[in-house]
Design a protein around this ligand. Structure first.
Ligand SMILES: [Zn+2]
Ligand SMILES: [Zn+2]
Length: 431
């Protein structure tokens, strides 16, 4: 059996590569739809019709296991969650590359009147994870069919509970050893992205998505008659000062060149219009692209709140939960995606000028442990109406499925090839 390097199998140059709407159709129809991907739309639509929320993805798991079994791909399941690790082995030992797709849907009513609309009331794949799973099945099928042509191991991670912030499903998969035995050299993931047109992808080196922490802050005063506020400690007044102080933290306690936001989403307090409120509860989230800033913020919140409460004679309780870390794309892995996608789509369609998102992704837990890259897969209609993620109207251009799968497939092959080259170079040096 001969193993060949597929690193440079797509040889378009920038000027030869088709671009534009019509060309995208040609690209999607003729070049990006090899037989291995023929069922990708069917998979996506089935998964879309039968969504399950975080922690309950067991029917989804059954469906994925059946499809993987039809392809002859062995898969491992886990006791404490619905994740799957499927493994495709090449024709010889080599590098180990992991790909991840998230599995969960959102507790949201679908508003689309499409044939494949959600069959489950109040649950919808409104974050495109149905597409991510279909793409990974497509990659699985393609790699299984070509495995006599490449060396190494590919781990396909179907991961539950991405939406279950601040915990997430990734830490459970990592705890169950998916990055070990054999040790993963690099990991790749993607997210459908309606703000980018179908045919474009977005990827940057370094922080691609923000960390996401969650806090609840209880401000404790003392109630009194509203006519005699001096006899109480007004928790609503304290809350007003704390909210103002939060915006000053961003402007005066953090390096202005850093991206950070503190948002309070709920505020509850007070019982009656003529009673000084004895207690107020604020709940919010902190997002940043810097792990260093992220470490400082809880102490700053505590210090600022302490000062304000002391001024009123009140007190507070802060419950600060660390959630998803900053998602950092490592240089080499981001470069591989840029090169691979550039060959497939044309380099002008690979957007490396995008700004990082302050949304969070639990894929960040993987890139905390191993090198990796995560890219945004354009799925919006060019010039059409935006169908935002996490809305009942979310849907996407399904040509993105083929594009995502082809980029993933070629990226894996390029990454495996690179591991081989590096091992070869190290062996030569040590001789
Ligand atoms: Zn989401
Ligand atoms: Zn998502």
């Amino acid at each position: 059996m001969v193993c060949v390097t597929i690193y440079a199998k797509v040889t378009w140059t920038k000027d030869k590569c088709p671009v534009g709407k019509e060309a995208l159709n040609i690209l999607a129809d003729k070049i990006l739809q090899p037989p291995a991907l023929s069922r990708i739309v069917e998979w996506r639509r089935h998964l879309h019709a039968y969504p399950e929320v975080s922690g309950q993805e067991y029917e989804t798991r059954r469906y994925l296991l059946d499809e993987l079994a039809k392809m002859g791909i062995p898969a491992r399941t886990f006791e404490c969650h619905a994740g799957i690790m499927a493994t495709v082995e090449g024709c010889a030992p080599g590098g180990v590359i992991a790909l991840r797709a998230d599995m969960d849907a959102l507790p949201l009513e679908e508003k689309n009147a499409v044939g494949y609309r959600s069959q489950r009331q109040g649950i919808m794949h409104a974050c495109g994870h149905d597409g991510h799973m279909a793409i990974l099945l497509g990659v699985a099928s393609a790699l299984q069919q070509s495995r006599d042509k490449w060396a190494g191991t590919v781990k396909l991670l179907f991961q539950p509970s991405e939406e279950d912030a601040p915990r997430g499903g990734a830490p459970k998969m990592i705890k169950d050893g998916v990055l070990e035995n054999p040790k993963v050299d690099a990991i790749f993931g993607l997210h459908v992205w309606p703000e980018l047109p179908c045919g474009d992808i977005g990827i940057i080196r370094g922080p691609q998505m923000a960390s996401s922490d969650r806090f609840s802050l209880r401000l404790i005063g003392a109630s009194a008659h509203a006519a005699n506020p001096h006899q109480g400690i007004d928790a609503i007044m304290m809350a007003g000062d704390v909210l103002n102080a939060f915006s000053r933290i961003i402007h005066r306690r953090v390096d202005p060149r850093e991206a950070v936001t503190i948002s309070v989403g709920t505020i509850r307090g007070g019982e009656r219009y003529n009673v000084v409120a004895g207690e107020v509860l604020l709940e919010g989230t902190v997002r940043t692209l810097s792990e260093a800033i992220r470490k400082q913020i809880p102490a700053i919140i505590r210090q600022v709140t302490e000062g304000i409460c002391a001024g009123y004679g009140g007190s507070f309780e802060l419950d600060y939960q660390h959630g998803y870390p900053v998602l950092n794309n490592t240089d080499d892995e981001a470069c591989l995606v840029v090169l691979t996608a550039g060959r497939l789509l044309g380099s002008e369609r690979v957007r490396t000028d995008i700004k990082p998102a302050l949304g969070a992704e639990d894929f960040a837990f993987y890139t905390d442990s191993v090198p990796g890259a995560f890219f945004l897969l354009g799925c919006g209609a060019d010039g059409g109406k935006l169908r935002p993620l996490h809305s009942g109207n979310f849907d996407f251009d399904e040509r993105a499925l083929f594009i995502g799968a082809r980029i993933m497939e070629d990226t894996v092959l390029a990454a495996l090839s690179r591991v081989q080259q590096r091992k070869g170079a190290t062996a030569k040096e040590s001789r």
